[in-house]
Ligand binder design. Structure first.
Ligand SMILES: Nc1ncnc2c1ncn2[C@@H]1O[C@H](COP(=O)(O)OP(=O)(O)OP(=O)(O)O)[C@@H](O)[C@H]1O
Ligand SMILES: [Mg+2]
Length: 311
């Protein structure tokens, strides 16, 4: 079993609450706030932990919000490696309206990272054992540009780490340009942006994923297709996994839960089919829960047995 670490550049302390309805000017009386950890890599580490695995969460954190975030993660039993930052960790606000049953997500910019803080994150990566899996997920905060990300990817490769990248926009583009990754998990829209075209049919999705494999961008490409499941492609194989029909309550956290299960199966050196089966099961399991909640392990195991595998 390979060790797993996750890296999050823009973590957050998320505050979730409820109110009857949103309207301007007047006071909106809200329910007592519930605080939860947020950020791509942090959620991947949490979901790995829920699924019975272990992952070290590396992230920058500052101020009382950063301390609160770390406290929440330690309460969940996670092992963390924190780089203390000058800027305070951001707080996002999630408001559920009881009347319309709508979820509003107010997302703040990530805390600014200074050069020495980015350097400190690199040092944490350097301390990981050769052969470990490193999951890089989420957005880049102010102060960090795609060149810093590429530096880090090159550095990770030189240190014999295997990188899993789940991002979008310029960050994903830069990672793809650099190549040599272990796994990327674009959704259909992210893959279309990479391919520079629309992907209307499954054949077009397969062709775009195959093209990335041919260019040695990544050893595995998993394209997530929402309720349709996901497609995995390697140099030798292609697998399509479809979840059973479910009533999705909230798709927030589906992508992170999927990446968690994919990474856990990679660390166990499972087959491509097994990896995808569990990835889809965990993603779909996350949709059975309200709000930002991640995959429940029992639901994941049950769904894994029901995922349909095709080519
Ligand atoms: N409506 C749904 N019904 C069933 N399963 C779903 C649904 N939406 C997502 N999933 C599951 O979660 C996986 C990942 O979802 P999706 O393709 O939406 O990823 P994503 O766009 O990266 O998500 P995120 O918004 O969390 O980043 C899918 O492959 C599927 O297994
Ligand atoms: Mg995603």
């Amino acid at each position: 079993m390979q060790s797993i670490a996750t890296l999050t550049f823009a973590p957050s302390l998320d505050c979730a609450t409820e109110t009857d309805v949103l309207y301007p000017e007047g006071k909106l009386r809200c329910a007592a706030p519930q605080f939860e950890p947020g950020g791509g890599g942090i959620n991947v580490a949490r979901a790995i932990h829920m699924l019975g695995g272990k992952a070290l969460a590396i992230y920058p954190a500052g101020g009382p919000t950063g301390a609160h975030l770390t406290h929440l993660l330690q309460q969940e039993g996670l092992t963390v490696d924190v780089v203390t930052t000058q800027d305070w960790t951001r707080q996002n606000l999630h408001v559920f309206t009881r009347e319309q049953k709508e979820q509003y997500r107010f997302v703040m910019p990530g805390a600014t990272l200074h050069d020495e803080e980015i350097h400190a994150l690199r040092q944490r990566v350097a301390a990981l054992a050769a052969g470990s899996l490193l999951v890089i997920s989420g957005s880049l905060p102010p102060g960090m540009d795609v060149a810093d990300l590429v530096d880090l990817l090159v550095f990770a490769r030189q240190n014999h780490l295997h990188c899993v990248v789940d991002s979008s926009g310029p960050a994903l583009e830069a990672a793809v340009r650099e190549g040599g990754l272990l796994l990327i998990k674009p959704n259909r829209k992210e893959l279309a942006a990479l391919a520079g075209t629309t992907l209307d049919s499954l054949e077009q999705v397969v062709a775009a994923a195959r093209d990335l494999i041919r260019r040695e961008v990544s050893r595995y490409i998993v394209v997530s297709l929402g309720a349709d499941g996901a497609l995995a492609v390697s140099r030798e194989q292609q697998v399509l996994a479809t979840p059973p029909a479910v009533t999705a309550l909230s798709t927030v956290g589906a992508g992170d839960s999927m990446v968690a299960a994919l990474t856990l199966k990679l660390a166990e050196r499972a087959s491509l089919e097994e990896m995808l089966r569990w990835g889809v099961a965990a993603g779909t399991a996350a949709t059975l829960r309200h709000g930002t909640q991640l995959c429940d392990p029992q639901a994941t195991a049950r769904l894994a047995a029901e995922v349909h595998i095709g080519r």
